[in-house]
Write a protein that binds this ligand. Sequence first.
Ligand code: ACO
Length: 485
Amino acid sequence: MARITRSVDFSLKGYLLQAYLIGRNASGTDSPIKGELIKFNKGLGSHGNRSKSGMVAAIMADSAKLTLDGNEYELPIVVGSENEKAIDIGKLRAESGYVTIDGGYKNTGACYSSITYLDGEQGILRYRGYAIEDLAEKAEFLEVAYLIIYGTLPTPTEYDTFKKDIRRHSIIHEDMRHFFDGFPSSGHPMSILSSMVCSLSAYYPDSLDADPTDDLQITRLLSKIRTIVAFGYKKSIGHPAMYPRNDLSYCGNFMHMMFANPAEPYEPDPEIVKAINTLLILHADHEQNCSTSTVRLVGSSNANLYAAVSAGILALWGPLHGGANQAVIEMLQEIQDSGGDYKGFMEKVKDKSSGVRLMGFGHRVYKNYDPRAKVLKAMADKLLPHLKVEDPLLDIAKNLEAIALEDPYFVQRNLYPNVDFYSGIVYRALGIPVNMFTVMFALGRLPGWIGQWREMMQDPGRKIGRPRQIYTGENARAFVSLADR
Ligand code: ACO
């Protein structure tokens, strides 16, 4: 049995902010400023974080005092560029023998990151400082991928080169195409995707170096993942694989591989291509969520990028994470099939003994409307009439949302629609099968996984991820031989 007998006195002193802006000189370009970098590393010990693109801003503040067993420990306070505060406990165990415990990591900052800023109370999401709403409306997915991975929006020349590299790698090794014959056609596309992404490391042994500056592995993965997804889909419906058409855009080429067939000409509908582009941008990163943390943890052992991303895909699959988009449609369908009684369904959700949750609602971080859900709801309203799709599930979803936004059960718990609530309705209208919704999420999240892996691998203070535990099992006891048990 665990015994906690010590009393803990914890107090924070007033913050005394000292800002060290790292890696940006006065003109705003990227070259690191050596003196400041040293100060930064001094201030943050081994946790200092700088990316190649030099976008890191970190603030060292005053310290907190922790009293344990009559001893006082001084713990540095760090403040992020948006004023998020943390207590650095990096030396706590070495100095006091104590660890911290935080199930579900609700209070644990696992890293410094300059990629995504998210304010769940205000419903704000930004990649590298750019508002998600602006990026969703104005950018191309590959521009956003470049931004997330390399830290800045690409110049026209950088963007041309990046796109050219990605185009060049669109075909997968022909042997890999035969892998699809080995999977049952009913196999879940997330298991196939994860296996195929991991298999890339068998075909590209140079990836085993796990070198974050090796851009070839990055462009390969960004390019081939579309082909893998589309080939898997074609196999599942008994159609021949459609090879990529590199004259098309990233999203257009994906639509071609998914929906063209060799017997007919096919030109992707620009509205659909635009919608896919926006969907992928909305999913591109979301800081230290379950799948991204998985990518970082696996990558922290120096496993290669394909292995780390493959693990991230599996983490995303769960219905409490990316799998929720499939679960939302299944829930809406069930409501419709049982006569459309959405009010009765909401009563079940509120009855804890039923074990029913309103899928697509609630979020560990958002305690306000998920900004991505807002964009998707507006997109559904515009896109469905364009595609001449009338989806009764959209009406059910809106009715559920209207109840939830008024009902004290949801209001008191700050439960709002998350990204998955409307994305499934849009995917359905685009002709994406339900069991591929989470695959679409993975396609979008890929730049985030790559960018976070790259950032971690370039952190000079990086350590293998290895949490502690509080042991609650038996104390030492003598072995009892089999005959005596
Ligand atoms: N329906 C009904 N009640 C809910 C829901 C929901 N969707 N979500 C949370 N609650 C309730 C919980 O029962 C709990 O109530 P209590 O305080 O009376 O015990 C309270 O709200 C807090 O919920 P937790 O589960 O403690 O919140 P947590 O942060 O651990 O979980 C999660 C977040 C997993 C997303 C949860 O809200 C959920 O299960 N939502 C449905 C699944 C979903 O949509 N997942 C996708 C998330 S977005 C993404 O990953 C891309």
